[in-house]
Design a protein around this ligand. Structure first.
Ligand SMILES: *Cc1c(COP(=O)(O)O)cnc(C)c1O
Length: 407
């Protein structure tokens, strides 16, 4: 019996050729491919009316649609780190973020010596609850503890957060907003906006399992020029002139200045070239995922044991919830025996030993996150799944349901 993996990247001839082109070019690190990838990403987001409304008001019209900066980086995590650093997050600051996310969202806060303040998700979604967010900010304001500086909104599974509510809270309390859009390419939050483009800085991930991939990689987007400049310098060692610029400059190609102890976060051309091909496929890949999700929805909507997720979004994940959370692990095991790969997104951070112990947290401190975690399973949803493979997942799920009902 053939196993159906939880994920398989969609890589074609064009990606192979792009990688070969770079391998044969004599320039492997960040150069013209990365620049082209950034420019093409910018075009993708621009033509569809991406607007940085919040920043426009903040910077007196400095941020317009033509003022969209895209920076390719070697991972989404690097991008989040650069974003917080450029926004001035440092020791003792508090950064508010959902407990229901991958550790990358929170670890970057700790890289900078700031503290992660977890917020529960809403009862009816996987995303941060704006009401809990506001309540926590009000409580924090009363104590003389951390300065609260930023909010990270995570579009879990590619279903966008309520950015209008989050931005309005942020504006009221003077906080910066970063979108962890690792799952959210490409998806709109409204007719005129893209997820990842609704805040001070948005970060996409091109990790192997994400909606488009370079193996490892990411893209930062912002409408704020000085933030973009800082991130660009910090992305390559805090050097004011990256290698490609020095290489292509006709005078003083050897001279550069180090203006900060920066990082090594640039995306090599070898990966950027693959990213350019994937970007060109992004809408096609989305529609392939949508078709799989629609077939799952149709098959599972009448299953009383399951709760299916809200439709829409980038469909990075297809999650179902078990009405009887106690049976979740048996359900997963039953699928495994049928050769179906699954995953759980996510084990909430507040129960992870590091965060639990550092902040003295209990599972019930974030009841919605904890409940969702116990109920949730992610099923395979990757472009290239055949009809037969989709059918097999559906049959295996039905069989697993019978199994848990009678176990
Ligand atoms: C994948 C992921 C990231 C990090 O992306 P990398 O490119 O793997 O560094 C950040 N946040 C979330 C929610 C993710 O799933």
């Amino acid at each position: 019996m053939e196993t159906i993996p939880f994920h398989r990247p969609f890589i074609g001839k064009e990606e192979e050729e792009a990688a070969l082109r770079v391998l044969r070019s004599g320039w492997l690190t960040t150069g013209k491919e990365a620049l082209a990838f950034e420019e093409e990403f910018r075009t993708f987001l621009s033509i569809k009316d991406c607007s940085f409304s919040k920043n426009e008001s903040r910077e007196n019209g400095d941020s317009t649609q033509s003022n969209l900066f895209c920076l390719a980086v070697n991972s989404g995590t690097s991008g989040l780190h650069l974003a917080l650093e450029a926004l001035g997050i440092g020791t003792g600051d508090a950064v508010l973020l959902p407990s229901y996310t991958f550790t990358a969202t929170a670890e970057v806060v700790r890289y900078l010596g700031a503290e992660a303040v977890f917020i529960d998700i809403a009862e009816d979604s996987y995303n941060i609850d704006p009401q809990s967010l506001e309540r926590t900010i009000t409580e924090l304001s009363k104590t003389a503890g951390n300065k609260h500086k930023a909010i990270i909104a995570v579009h879990i599974g590619g279903l966008p957060c309520d950015m209008t509510a989050i931005n309005s809270i942020a504006a009221q309390y003077g906080l910066a907003v970063v979108e962890d859009a690792a799952h959210a390419f490409p998806v709109r939050t409204s007719e005129s906006q893209w997820a990842g483009c609704c805040s001070d800085v948005g970060v996409f991930s091109f990790y192997a399992t994400k909606t488009i991939t370079t193996g490892e990689g990411g893209m930062i987007v912002t409408g704020r020029k000085e933030i973009a400049n800082r991130m660009s310098i910090m992305r390559s060692h805090g050097i004011d002139r990256p290698a490609w610029n020095r290489y292509t400059d006709t005078n003083a190609s050897w001279y550069y200045e180090v203006v900060a102890p920066g990082y090594k976060y640039n995306l090599p051309d070898l990966l950027a070239a693959v990213g350019r091909v994937q970007l060109g496929r992004a809408t096609e890949l989305l529609s392939m995922r949508q078709k799989i999700a629609e077939r799952y929805d149709k098959a599972f909507v009448d299953q009383p044991a399951l709760i299916i997720s809200a439709p829409g979004g980038a469909r990075h994940l297809y999650t179902v919830r078990l009405r009887d959370a106690e049976k979740r692990d048996t359900f997963i095991e039953s699928l495994r025996k049928e050769g179906i790969g699954t995953s759980v997104h996510f084990i909430p951070l507040h129960i992870m030993p590091y965060y639990r112990d550092r902040y003295n947290l209990k599972p019930e401190d974030f009841p919605h996150s904890y409940q969702r975690y116990k109920e949730t399973v992610s099923l395979p949803i990757w472009p290239g799944m055949t009809d037969a493979q989709i059918d097999r997942v559906i049959e295996a799920v039905k069989k697993a349901i019978c199994h848990i009902i009678f176990s």
